[in-house]
Design a protein. Structure first.
Length: 378
């Protein structure tokens, strides 16, 4: 329904847009050609869209403004679609403004969504599969972004509402640059770190274990800042760990005074792996190379190998010449993050009879080895 409303009767509420842009230019356009798109409000006269137009009318000294009063999502969609394509006198929607519209439109759509839920034959208490995301998709179409972008914006804004001290600057940067993905990565990174910390609270602390190990074998869950797609992110396979937390692990406390470290590193993580090696009290000596049968991803070259760094502390003995393996091993890739069993064989031949521990073990310890990690299977 289109009607003239007093500007003073419209409830603006909290708006994310603090700087409304060139209001005099918009006011001049309205004065010249009229208001092309009335503001949009709900039945309680709460503003859904049109803060700049209201400011322009105030600038012109007018007391009323044409407004569409909407009762359903379909009515709101009809009017907002017409406004989606920006013109020269309008400012592009900020991500936080898109979220404001999302919440307002979802509130309008809620009765229809509930009706779909009740009329379905779905299991009680479970939203029908065919209707999942329908309201979200409709909102995304109206504001002109993808469903996934809408979800990411909502996640960032909600995180800032829960923890404004930590994430208000992230929201501000998202609005300044329009880069939703970068802001969302910050939120997801912190979520993963919290999950990691929570998972490891139930793990036996390293510094409570006896210092009996002469061989340490480790495949840290390196945290990657970039990934070509979310579907291929490391975090979809297992929780990653910040570099500082890996470095801080008291690995020295479980080692004998003379010990050897075998530390896995993908090519992009070699520099970080060397800092970890040193932080754990070891000195870099050499490395082995695993050449895979299948090519992987990479920003400069597509990777087909991983490195096993070898470091020592104290004065461990070197392996007997017949037990020194070839530094290059060609073996097929297995399940995600799994390393070829041949490396266990090599290490056992190099250092027979010496107590061994595998850190960040995902699964069951190898016979004759101890294991440590939050994905260890007893």
């Amino acid at each position: 329904m289109l009607m003239d409303l007093l500007l003073s009767d419209i409830v603006v509420g909290e708006r994310h847009r603090r700087v409304l842009g060139n209001i005099p230019a918009l006011a001049a356009s309205i004065q010249d050609v009229g208001l092309l798109h009335p503001v949009v409000v709900d039945e309680t006269h709460r503003l859904i869209a049109g803060a700049r137009r209201m400011a322009a009318f105030e600038h012109l000294g007018r007391e009323t403004v044409p407004a569409y009063v909407v009762r359903t999502f379909a009515e709101a969609e009809q009017y907002l679609r017409a406004e989606r394509d920006e013109n020269t006198c309008r400012e592009a929607l900020l991500p936080t403004e898109i979220d404001t519209l999302r919440r307002a439109l979802l509130e309008i759509e809620k009765p229809a969504a509930q009706a779909r839920k009740q009329s379905s034959n779905a299991e009680r208490g479970k939203f029908p599969t065919s209707a999942k995301g329908r309201a979200r998709s409709k909102v995304a179409q109206v504001v002109g972004v993808s469903d996934r972008t809408l979800e990411k914006i909502a996640s960032v804004v909600e995180a800032a509402q829960v923890n404004p001290e930590a994430y208000k600057p992230v929201v501000q940067e998202m609005d300044r640059t329009g880069n939703v993905d970068a802001a969302y990565r910050v939120i997801r990174r912190d979520e993963r770190r919290q999950a990691w910390a929570q998972n490891y609270r139930a793990t036996v602390p390293l510094d409570t274990m006896r210092p009996i190990f002469g061989v340490v074998y480790a495949d840290p869950p390196w945290e990657y800042e970039h990934c070509e797609s979310e579907n291929r992110a490391i975090e979809n396979q297992y929780p990653t760990m910040p570099l500082a937390d890996i470095q801080a692990l008291p690995v020295e406390t479980v080692c004998m005074s003379d010990a050897v470290l075998f530390l896995w590193a993908t090519p992009p993580k070699v520099e970080e792996a060397l800092t970890v090696l040193r932080a754990w009290g070891f000195r870099y000596r050499t490395c082995m190379v695993w050449v895979k049968d299948k090519i992987g991803m990479g920003y400069y070259c597509r990777q087909r190998h991983e490195l096993l760094l070898i470091g020592t502390r104290g004065e461990p003995v070197t392996p007997n010449p017949p037990d020194r393996p070839d530094s290059v091993l060609e073996a097929p890739r297995g399940s995600h993050s799994a390393k070829p069993a041949q490396f266990y064989d090599h290490i056992e031949a190099m250092y027979p009879g010496i107590p061994k521990i595998e850190l960040f073990l995902r699964g069951t310890p190898r016979p004759g080895w101890d294991g440590w990690g939050n994905q260890l299977t007893p």
